[in-house]
Design a protein. Structure first.
Lengths: 289, 306
């Protein structure tokens, strides 16, 4: 239909704009917060950030969001609607928040009671947690051990890059990425990889900090982001720069509509997004068909 | 004529015409381009844009959508593929309902039959309700097809025609009778009531339209309400009927329909009766007043009556 072709042209225009702005710099450059850095450096810089924050990642999440991040992750998993026998991939899920929630949802007592004897439910649920940073994965494995899931076959911790996943094509029922896609150097590559590993009918869900448009609230949020958070970072994690990077990278990330277009361009269908807390956080969802 | 009136009144949920066998757009589906929209499901969220809400103006956009479908199917991959896929999954899920009920398990089994990952079940907005609503739409379409393919209604009086149509529609539920109470409870959830009410209203409208009764103004609503009541009570009666081939249910249905038609006649008679009485009383009161005026004028100032 006309609208689709418009969105196609819009999409390609956006891509050509992006590549022309990149070509204007002498080498491929990307953003690291508000700085411009070479692409090769971005992943190293991001790696440093997360190595630094790994140990206090969870505490800082709680403090910065006032505990709301738990609700957001619950909402994400609710939308995913996990089922027994599912093969799920959680990318950039280092400390395992989302993975644990999915595991609990599948194995909850209620679910087990309702499960009918079906030849398909004999397949085992597999939740893969993939993260580029081994320190984050270690924290995750530690938390799993604390919960008594250290030896559980359902949770598999894999070190890997969102832009070049080591999983087979059409192997995953679900793909989630919570607060991770902002840190990826080439978002389109990560989306293309997501498309590749998902099965037909598989769902893509992305939870990410996003843009606020509501007039007064936007200013309050900006104030909080730029004044309060780096100070909290210094106080609690002893690392102001990492949290400055965090806040800046949120602003650099494409807004909701643009990101949704990028998802659609990767080939996904039924792309939609839901704003939480007025746009501070957005959950984008899509299906591969 | 009533179909268009119903469409105008009740929104664009029912957009399949009998000529175009296109996939039925779900009442709550997103616009079928792989474009982005925002949904309003979050209790914390503030976005309230909902472009896919059905409203009277959506009929034109949905017919435009159908034309878009036709054009697209010729040129490239159909845009609304996920809607077709969802419809296919729902259709396959119906086979599992007698065993697993109107539940996510049935939908997961259905999706496996179609060869799609069960994750797709998570993308239905109200899961079990989506399955029930699909079934209701499907039955309505089947009813229309039955009527079109030459159902003999000429030799029957209106009340018998209504009975026959309701019976045909209820017979479609027989394979699912063991799990139908669950479907009814799903339809009764406050979240699902708007859609289920709309579907029933369309069904009732369709039946009256086929029976061919020309009505207008208040009568239209009364007719549909009464038939809606008859249909619902018969449906519920059927849940506990164990007679062979549901004989008792059909007898119950016939009685209710006759009552409804008798009720209409009784109301008519009551109306005429009231008019007659009114006329009579009015005439006698008039006569009394005339008499009084004459007496007053002849006797001059002297007060009499009263």
């Amino acid at each position: 239909m006309a609208l689709r072709s418009i969105s196609r042209r819009f999409g390609s225009r956006v891509l050509s704009y992006r590549s022309s702005s990149v070509a204007s710099l002498h080498s491929h450059a990307t953003s690291f917060g508000f700085q411009q850095v070479k692409e090769e450096e971005k992943s190293k810089l991001v790696g440093n950030v997360f190595s630094n924050v790994a140990s206090s990642y969870d505490i800082m999440n709680d403090v910065m969001s006032g505990g709301l991040h738990r609700l957001w992750k619950e909402r994400l998993v609710g939308k995913l609607s996990p089922f027994a026998g599912m093969k799920h991939l959680d990318v950039a899920g280092g400390t395992g928040d989302v993975a644990f929630r999915i595991f609990d949802a599948v194995n909850s007592v209620k679910r087990r009671a309702l499960r009918k004897v079906d030849e398909d439910s004999l397949e085992e649920t597999q939740i893969y947690v993939c993260d580029i940073n081994p320190n984050m994965l270690n924290v995750g494995k530690q938390r799993a051990a604390e919960r008594g899931l250290g030896d559980n076959k359902s949770l598999v911790w894999v070190e890997g890059d969102a832009e070049a996943l080591s999983f087979d094509d059409n192997s995953m029922d679900g793909y989630t990425i919570a607060f991770g896609i902002r840190n990826v150097t080439h978002i389109e590559k990560a989306l293309a990889e997501a498309y590749r590993v998902l099965k037909r009918g598989g769902r893509f869900l992305c939870l990410e900090l996003s843009h606020v448009d509501i007039p007064v609230f936007k200013d309050v949020y900006d104030l909080y982001s730029f004044k309060v958070i780096p100070n909290l970072g210094e106080l609690i994690a002893g690392d102001r720069e990492s949290y400055q990077y965090l806040v800046e990278s949120i602003r650099r990330f494409p807004p909701q509509e643009k990101f949704a277009t990028m998802i659609a361009d990767a080939g996904f269908e039924k792309v939609e997004y839901e704003n939480l807390v007025g746009g501070v956080v957005a959950i984008h969802s899509a299906i591969k068909l | 004529m009533f179909r268009t009136a119903a469409r105008r009144l009740l929104g664009a949920g029912f957009t399949t015409s009998r000529l175009l066998r296109l996939p039925k757009p779900r009442p709550t589906t997103i616009i079928p381009y792989s474009y982005c929209t925002s949904s309003t499901e979050s209790p914390i969220g503030n976005q309230s844009v909902n472009p896919n809400q059905s409203d009277p103006t959506a009929t034109s956009s949905s017919t435009a959508r159908e034309e878009g479908h036709r054009r697209d199917e010729n040129s490239r991959k159909p845009r609304a593929e996920f809607e077709e896929e969802q419809a296919r999954v729902l259709a396959a899920s119906l086979r599992h309902v007698p065993r697993l009920g109107w539940t996510e398990e049935a939908m997961i089994a259905g999706s496996r039959d179609v060869g799609v990952s069960p994750s797709i079940v998570g993308s239905f907005s109200r899961k079990e309700a989506a399955l029930v609503e699909y079934f209701m739409d499907d039955c309505l379409q089947l009813l229309i097809d039955r009527v079109d393919s030459g159902l003999d209604l000429q030799n029957l009086i209106p009340s018998e025609r209504v009975s026959k149509l309701v019976r045909i529609r209820l017979e479609m539920q027989i394979p699912y009778m063991s799990k139908w109470p669950q479907a009814l409870s799903i339809q009764a959830h406050p979240v699902n009531v708007p859609t289920s009410f709309k579907q029933r209203a369309m069904l009732v409208d369709e039946i009256w339209d086929t029976v061919g009764d020309g009505a207008s103004d208040l009568d239209w609503y009364v007719k549909r309400t009464v038939l809606g009541g008859v249909y619902s009570t018969t449906e519920i009666y059927m849940l506990t009927d164990n007679s062979p081939e549901y004989r008792d249910t059909w007898a119950f249905l016939d009685d209710r329909v006759k009552d409804a038609f008798d009720l209409k006649k009784s109301i008519q008679e009551a109306k005429y009766f009231a008019q007659d009485i009114g006329a009579g009383v009015g005439k006698s009161f008039q006569g009394l007043m005339n008499g009084v005026m004459q007496t007053m004028s002849t006797r001059g100032g002297r007060s009499s009556a009263f």
